[in-house]
Write a protein that binds this ligand. Structure first.
Ligand code: NDP
Ligand code: 8X3
Length: 264
């Protein structure tokens, strides 16, 4: 199966994994609905998607933390964009790496509101249409962080453990329909993720990837395409992928120092 002519809705398409996934879908001739808060970045991604072969692109500013905004955006889609074939719930972030008892409450709120509640709001707005058409695929972005908790990451890890539970619960609730549900769970991917986590501290963010080869956003887009292009009777439930320099969310190997451990 290819994505030719399919309508694919990607949240968090202005950067990183969402952006790379938009390009991968564009190369297959998909119709792309792209959303994020930064419209200037989305406009640039839109242009690039058209150059790479997208059939059409409709982009719009969206903050997934606002349920009324999410509901209005999905309800207000132009008629020729209303039938979403694939939803990629990618918008998400981490904030801080503090010990739990020293964590910033505002960081916790932002992660939970985006990664858990935002994912739920978008799912709730889009999936009823899929059920009515008995057709669709939801891909959720999880993480190795949802498998194994690491120090300083309790709340981020909890949001990704929640993603896993929501992913599996949704698949159970859709049993008997033709709708598929997949969780893609990468280890470290070099994107804006660490810059966002450390509130713009570029130096600290760069250290996360020093001396090892992280996954690229394109590696993750490839995993998403694997799941979405499987035959229609195949539901890929989970894909967990890491770079060769990572065993799980607690264990990395830094070639520069020849050491392995949790040195995030
Ligand atoms: P980036 O920071 O590069 O991209 C995050 C995207 O999410 C941006 O497009 C951002 O757009 C969007 N976003 C953030 N908050 C909101 C919001 N409230 N409403 C709408 N869009 C929002 O990070 P990644 O590409 O790395 O992360 C994408 C997903 O992958 C996340 O769910 C992350 O948890 C997950 N992940 C990342 C890993 C990594 O190591 N990088 C590993 C495993 C999973 P904008 O700011 O314009 O709104
Ligand atoms: C992002 C990967 O290990 O930095 O989910 O939390 S990690």
């Amino acid at each position: 199966m290819t994505l030719q002519g399919k309508t694919v809705f990607i949240t968090g398409a202005s950067a990183g994994i969402g952006e790379a996934t938009a390009y991968a879908c564009a190369a297959q001739g998909a119709r792309l609905l792209l959303a994020a808060r930064r419209l200037d970045k989305l406009s640039a991604v839109t242009e690039e998607c058209m150059l790479r072969g997208a059939e059409a692109v409709h982009c719009f500013a969206l903050d997934v933390r606002s349920q009324p905004q999410v509901a209005a955006a999905v309800e207000g889609l132009p008629a020729d964009w209303a039938s979403i074939d694939i939803l990629i719930n990618n918008a998400g972030l981490s904030r801080g790496l503090n010990k739990l008892y020293e964590g910033l409450i505002s960081d916790w709120e932002e992660m939970i509101d985006t990664n858990v509640k935002g994912l739920l709001y978008v799912t709730r707005a889009v999936v009823p249409g899929m059920v009515a058409r008995n057709s669709g695929h939801i891909v959720n972005l999880g993480s190795t962080a949802g498998e194994v908790t690491y120090p300083g990451g309790a709340v981020y890890c909890a949001t990704k453990a929640a993603e896993k539970a929501i992913n599996d619960g949704l698949r159970q609730d859709l049993l008997g329909t033709s709708i598929r549900v997949t969780s893609v769970e990468p280890g470290m991917v070099e994107t804006e993720f660490s810059r966002v986590r450390f509130h713009g501290d570029e130096e600290r963010a760069a250290k996360v990837y020093q001396g090892l080869t992280p996954l690229s956003p394109t590696d993750v887009a490839d995993a998403i395409l694997y799941a979405t292009s499987a035959p229609s009777h195949v539901n890929v439930a989970h894909i967990l992928l890491t770079s060769i320099h990572q065993a799980n969310s607690l264990l990395f190997h830094r070639e520069s120092t020849g050491t392995s451990g949790n040195t995030r």
